[in-house]
Ligand binder design. Structure first.
Ligand SMILES: [Zn+2]
Length: 729
């Protein structure tokens, strides 16, 4: 369960000296399983040097005010918590061998996949274990424990005995050139355990073992200094074998022998068995599969737009607090223009900067759409012609750069999640749920309080409100385009979540909280989850402790863990846009070598999900006399307590599952009109347009011209204020 406060007081991950690390005081995370959790409330957990957790409640305020205060480097961060100490980069790597960041060094091999689960449970063995939930199969880098210690899903491997004869063994199942080991301590809210030094042995047959040597001595590698910060040791010289053992020699004095690990190795041809090793097939699509930092991302976007100038446009929606631009790639047959009747779609990635897969997938997607459009692939041509697509690969570029500097194996679970100011962007949107639910409880919806376009609360527009520049930029973006459908891409789990993200019962950490459009949202989530090869695979195992396969790999966000101020909820309540969250992979920062496979896992689901923007009804609401489109007309579907509005040309889109609906269009100064509209099973929207007649004088005495309704006026005022404050940042 991701429902407790884990926001990282025990995260003492090292940082680059020039980048202060600050944390939000978020108590739990939408999406992405939580970063290193707070500690110190334990029965047995000894105080961690330099840190103490001032929040000992297992279930803290379920609606944390999403206003983490920026902390100073080494000072006190949000919630009175000391910020992690700054440590030189070299503190992350052990003594033997050198590694350059980012990545693992030029000559080093990629990870075998303990973290990504490519290494199966049956490939992990140990000399002993404390209990099943702490077995060898849990000894994987960045694995997260369940809420209760003692179930089957604890946060690492722990030996059953405390001596120097214990080992964790990886069977690579083929001859491998081992080049390094990455270790972490136990992930637990109850105890502190980590290994402070270890030896490494390698074997071909698991009987005869060859130690890693430093000259003539058996090498002893420096281990961890805290539970969460990964430490890399490159072997003094690579060792070839099939099995590798990590053999702890010393451990944190108040703890026991526990660790999580990743092993670096390259497969080598085995002369004894020509059948067990095949060189990996080259990926069929030649996309740019690597991690792109800010500059490289910009370069790639520029290149794609040069290759496909007719269907692309790169624009920026604002800047991060460190001045990096939030670039968007628009892909459409008429870039830069909204075409009447053409729906707008967006993908947003990287709101948590350390969840990097979405960013690369969106960059791959740009390349793919450009190339396939030029090749004349009918599916892509149709998609690009009928849809205006906006791709924001990096919503939190500052956080990404922090994680990127440390690289795939050393960024840990939390580094780079937050913005430079320490804000968790997925808690930073205005909470509109509370106002709506209060109004519903008082029977004010929809006549006295709207069931859609809920205005931003006034406090959120104050100059001193903690609203990140990245959040302001995205809110303004959401306003500028009539988006219909969106997904935001995260990592750290393998599941699709749909709104609401916030529980309706304010003190509950988990509670099924459906929207009035639950059926559509469940469909949308299911589309992504069933087309995703990793989620749909019959062999998929749980990433950490939650088993989402029981629910078809989808879950209501609030039923997983409550989040106030999430982007999904804001999007649904403040705009017409339906948005879901995709947790793309167990590993937040997959190694570059895993990117081709991740693209294959997601390619179909990324396309299919975009095509869902054409499901439901669409049309134009016009003035019956002038034939001009009526902006801001309200479209209500009988039986669904959530309306949408027309865009500036009078066009609208209403996502609906197949069925028969009674649809009503209303606009200020006009007579309302109702008609039946049927949605079929095909992915083609049913046209459902309206001609509205002017209301006769008796309905609106003294009014000759339709004016904007008060809710809209308020909304515009608040937005103007929000933007004005944003500019000063
Ligand atoms: Zn996330």
């Amino acid at each position: 369960m991701a429902t407790r406060d884990r926001d990282g007081s025990s995260d003492s991950s090292a940082a680059l000296p020039e980048i202060p690390i600050k944390k939000g005081k978020s108590s739990r995370e939408n999406s992405c399983v939580n970063p290193a959790r707070g500690g110190g409330r334990g029965r047995t957990r000894a105080p961690l040097p330099q840190h103490s957790d001032p929040h000992p409640e297992p279930h803290p305020d379920p609606h944390p005010n999403p206003e983490p205060q920026p902390g100073l480097p080494g000072g006190v961060g949000a919630g009175g918590r000391p910020s992690p100490p700054l440590r030189p980069r070299s503190a992350r790597t052990g003594g033997s061998g050198t590694s350059r960041v980012p990545g693992l060094g030029r000559r080093s091999c990629p990870p075998l996949g303990l973290e990504s689960l490519r290494v199966l449970d049956t490939q992990l063995q140990a000399s002993s274990h404390k209990r099943h939930g702490l077995g060898a199969h849990r000894g994987r880098l960045n694995i997260q424990s369940g809420l209760y210690d003692g179930d089957f899903y604890d946060g690492g491997w722990c030996a059953g005995r405390e001596d120097t004869e214990q080992w964790l063994q990886v069977d690579a199942r083929r001859l491998t050139r081992f080049t390094g080991v990455v270790t972490q301590g136990l992930n637990s809210i109850w105890t502190y355990d980590w290994v402070t030094s270890y030896k490494v042995q390698v074997s071909n047959d698991s009987h005869t073992w060859l130690p890693s040597r430093n000259g003539t001595e058996e090498a002893v590698f420096p281990g961890n200094k805290d539970p969460e910060t990964p430490v890399l040791n490159l072997l003094p010289s690579p060792l070839v074998g099939r099995f590798l053992r990590i053999n702890p020699q010393s451990w944190f004095p108040n703890g026991t022998v526990c660790l999580r690990a990743e092993v670096l190795g390259c497969p080598v041809p085995d002369p004894n068995d020509a059948h067990t090793w095949h060189p990996p097939a080259p990926p069929e699509s030649h996309l740019d599969f690597r991690h792109h930092n800010y500059k490289e991302m910009r370069k790639l976007m520029k290149r794609v737009s040069e290759e496909c100038p007719d269907i692309t446009r790169v624009y920026s929606i604002g800047e991060s607090s460190r001045g990096l631009r939030l670039y968007v790639m628009e892909i459409s047959d008429n870039p830069g223009q909204h075409e009447v009747g053409e729906p707008e779609f967006r993908y947003v990635a990287g709101m948590h900067g350390n969840e990097v897969l979405g960013r690369e997938l969106l960059l791959n997607l740009m390349e793919f759409l450009c190339r396939e459009f030029r090749r004349g692939d009918p599916r892509v041509v149709q998609l690009v012609t009928d849809t205006r697509i906006h791709l924001l690969p990096s919503m939190n570029p500052d956080g990404y750069e922090t994680a990127y500097e440390l690289g795939s194996e050393l960024a840990g679970w939390a580094m780079g999640r937050w913005t430079y100011e320490g804000i968790d962007l997925n808690h930073n949107f205005a909470d509109l749920n509370t106002a709506l639910w209060d109004a519903e409880d008082n029977d004010l919806v929809p006549h006295k309080f709207p069931n859609h376009y809920i205005p931003i609360p006034e406090y959120y527009t104050f100059a001193n409100a903690t609203v990140a520049p990245e959040t302001r930029a995205v809110i303004a973006w959401m306003q500028r385009y009539p988006f219909v459908l969106s997904a935001n891409l995260h990592g750290g789990e393998l599941v699709v979540t749909y709104p609401f993200d916030m529980t309706r019962t304010y003190w509950k950490a988990q509670e099924l909280t459906p929207t009035p459009d639950d059926g559509v949202f469940r469909w949308l989530a299911t589309v992504y989850a069933t087309a995703n090869l990793a989620m749909a695979s019959g062999e998929r195992r749980r990433c950490h402790y939650d088993d989402f396969t029981r629910f078809g790999n989808i879950i209501n966000g609030a039923n997983w863990h409550t989040v106030a101020g999430s982007m999904n909820d804001f999007s649904y309540l403040h705009t017409n846009c339906f948005e879901i969250t995709v947790e793309l992979s167990c590993d937040k920062f997959p190694h570059a070598s895993e990117l081709p496979e991740e693209w294959e896992n997601n390619r179909e689901s990324l396309l299919l999900f975009m095509e869902q923007v054409h499901r439901g009804i669409k049309g134009v609401v016009r003035d019956s006399d002038t034939e001009l489109g009526i902006p801001n007309a309200i479209i209500s579907v009988d039986g669904i307590n959530h309306d949408v509005r027309t865009a500036s040309d009078g066009d609208y889109w209403r996502l609906l599952n197949p069925g028969e609906y009674e649809v009503t269009a209303r606009a200020e100064g006009y007579e309302a009109a109702t008609q039946p509209c049927r949605v079929y099973f095909e992915n083609v929207p049913t046209p459902c347009s309206f001609r509205l007649a002017r209301a006769r004088g008796r309905h609106r005495p003294g009014r000759t011209r339709p004016g904007p309704d008060p809710a809209l006026r308020l909304q515009r005022l608040r937005l103007r204020r929000l933007r004005a404050h944003g500019r000063g940042q």
